[in-house]
Design a protein. Sequence first.
Length: 591
Amino acid sequence: MRNLILPAAPGAEPLAEAVRACRPHLIWAAVFSALVNLLYLTPTLYMMQVYDRVVPTGGLTTLALITAVTVFALGTLAVLDWLRGRLMLRAGLRLDRLLSARILGRIVDMQARGAGGQALRDFDQARGALSGPGMLALFDAPWTPIYLLCCFLLHPAIGVLTLVGGAVLFALAWMNERDARPRIEEAMKLQGSAYAAQEAIASQAEVVRALGMRSASIARQIDQRRKATVVQAGAQLAGGRYTGAIKFVRLVVQSFALGLAALLAVEHQISAGAIIASSVLLSRAVAPIEQLVGAWPSLVQGRAGWLALTELFVRTASAERERTALPPPRGRLEASNLGVQFPETPTPQLRGVGLSLTPGQTLGIVGQSGSGKTTLARVLAGALTPQAGKVRLDGAEFDARDGDALARWIGYMPQTPSLFAGTVKENISRFTPRSEGDDVDQAAVRAATAAGAHEMIQRLPRGYDTPLGPFGQGLSAGQAQRVALARALFGEPVLLVLDEPNANLDQDGEAALMKAILSAAARGAAVMVIAHRAGVLARVDHLMVMEDGKARLYGPREEVLATLREEREAVRPPAPEKASAPQARKQGSRA
């Protein structure tokens, strides 16, 4: 449990700090648990006093006084139990306040590395385990020896019975943990995969319907859910067996305690009041074990979620390290020996790619589908971290700047416009809040004007304030691409990375795109354009030809084009020779 509460892995320090911030809650919950467990002795003492003092003597005054004290003690017990529950709930809320934003940031960093994540779901499970009844049972468990000692004080035989019964219950609890934990962890993994697949299908529902994949997709989802449900049900059934066995043993031991206490009372070894007291004490001694077994699935899920969060923070440890503020870059880009290979792919997407761009220079990248163009664009835009090689902006590695600080100087336009729910202006301004500057609106208009989208946006129902749905719903493909270009130009970045920016543009849109590229280069921005249509590449300074993840050709545009023409001429078959006139007449006569 120590590893669960205070992770010591390098990079997981924010998790440990958040839990340390909750330490006062945990300490006071432990203190209240101690008082609650002491006050749980009240019914035992009350019954012993009633049977041993009030009944034999008929002392009604004594009965009234001990009843008043008992009511006060039980009321205090109820208040303390309520308070410790609130403390654990407050601890969970504090964890959420301290970690939720950081976890969301780490999720974005993990997505940039090609990893999916259900980190918030893992966090909710860990937070629920911390603030749930399982933790209260853990606070109560150390008091089992105290109740066991009280049983020995009543009579050694009762103490031995309690010890044996507790040992049997503990053994059952251990067997439950051994059988349930792997099942629960497997169920969690299958459920995570099923949820991820469901979200993917839901995000592409239109394509699913249009391609007639509805029934097949539903069948796949049902199959994944069935597998996860079967494993989860198996874990619950296994836990249910142990829960029933533990309840049976507890009731049997309680009944044996009553019978043994009655036998001892008949032999005048204990008082009559100790008969009921022995059963109550034994029940309190073994209650935490039963509670732990019942709450064990949530504790296992919480521990697994916490370990997953620890791994997430370790893998993204560099995301939140403090960095020295660097001066604004001018746009000198250098990439060397870049290598990228996605998980579960047989071949790398990039292999030893290098290039350089100076401020005001333009680079066009061409190549067949699957040659690595888009992967290279993602790396140069800072959206994807390569496994090998370095990317530098004005001599500083991308990682030398904070993610948002780096993105401030990079304009990236992906293949898919990837607009978000919000207004057109919010999408163009990258959701920059107005509190960060009064010039956000004017900067958004300037970016749209530079992209040639200002007039098009003004024709929308509410202009720049037109609300868009998820994925830019409400705009056509061409309109969305022009808004995405304006977003890339927002803030006058010094590096522009445009991945097939003219895929959905008409002739006017392509002319506006070419003007935007030349204007950005004229003000000193380095521009990289990936395109299949030659119109956008007609004015670039350099060309790169990608093939199988490598840069096959790279250099000034005219030199690369000349090399491509020579290659085409070399592989072109020779033209057939023309036959002489007599040969032609001879061939004709034969025909």
